[in-house]
Design a protein around this ligand. Structure first.
Ligand SMILES: Cc1cc(=S)c(O)co1
Ligand SMILES: [Zn+2]
Length: 267
């Protein structure tokens, strides 16, 4: 059974609100980060954003039909500080990309797209008893967004994920992902970021996310990005043409920030 939404002309972001009414809300993500609208906030500086991820917290990688997703054991993970009032636990991480390198990120900065965007998804385990419950609450999830730009060299940590992609080419396939991952290398050196209240960027587009988008990108090689684009949005039994159902892009274009506040930490 194929997903009832996706990124093609007939099931892409402009159609989502027909089946997922939240997608038409006023607190949607992503947004274009208009840097002239960002306001500084000392409380973000006073409580530096902090994270802790054991290198062995990943356990599975799956082809969701709209990308790859690495599932993690959250028990020993923690994200706190910055815009967050509680401690959040890592649930999963995944990526969004485009068909060419001049598109692919979901958030844009003064109209500029990056080639891809990594999302680390956390849930408020202090206030809620499950990820599912948290995803229905306005402060339920915290997502770290990391821009990815093309670099000459492969990203060695990403390569541990990319080496498993050939095992999950078709929708629904999964593989054990028990690699040792240095999350520090998947996050930028600088802790400068923008933050605002938004949503999941895929249906059902719940407005439950406190977004933190880092200003500094990490790098990925063209070859590595091509491996992402080799994933298929259809199951092994569905594909009829070799080129059919290739996931060459899986990003949602920006939605209006509206009257939401956009704060920044760091220049
Ligand atoms: C929970 C979740 C969050 C994001 S950002 C996404 O793309 C899919 O699912
Ligand atoms: Zn995402």
């Amino acid at each position: 059974m194929s997903l009832d939404w996706g990124y093609t002309d007939d099931n892409g972001p402009s159609t989502w609100a027909e089946k997922y009414p939240l997608a038409a809300g006023a607190r949607q993500s992503p947004v274009d980060i208009d840097t002239s609208k960002a306001t500084s906030d000392n409380s973000l500086v006073d409580r530096e954003i902090d994270w802790s991820y054991p290198s062995n917290c990943s356990y599975r990688i799956v082809n969701t039909g709209y990308g790859w997703r690495v599932d993690t054991y959250g028990d020993d993970t923690a994200l706190s500080g910055g815009p967050l009032s509680e401690v959040y636990k890592l649930e999963q991480f995944h990526c969004h990309w485009g068909a060419t390198n001049d598109e692919g990120s979901e958030h844009t900065v003064d109209g500029k797209s990056y080639a891809a965007e990594l999302h680390l998804v956390h849930w408020n385990s202090e206030k809620y008893s499950s990820f599912k419950e948290a995803a229905s609450q306005p402060d339920g999830l915290a997502v770290l967004g990391v821009f990815m730009e093309i670099g000459n060299a492969d990203n060695a940590e990403l390569e541990k994920i990319i080496s498993l992609i050939p095992k999950i080419i078709h929708k629904g396939q999964d593989s054990q992902a028990s690699f040792d991952l240095d999350f520090g290398s998947l996050l930028p050196e600088s802790k400068h970021y923008w933050t605002y209240l938004g949503s999941l960027t895929t249906p059902p587009c719940n407005e439950c996310v406190i977004w933190t988008v880092f200003k500094e990108p990490i790098t990925i090689s063209e070859r590595q990005l091509e491996v992402f684009r080799s994933l298929k949005s259809v199951g092994e039994e569905d594909a009829i043409e070799p080129e059919e159902g290739k996931l060459v892009k899986n990003y949602r274009p920006p939605l209006p920030l509206g009257n939401r506040v956009l704060r920044e930490c760091g220049p």
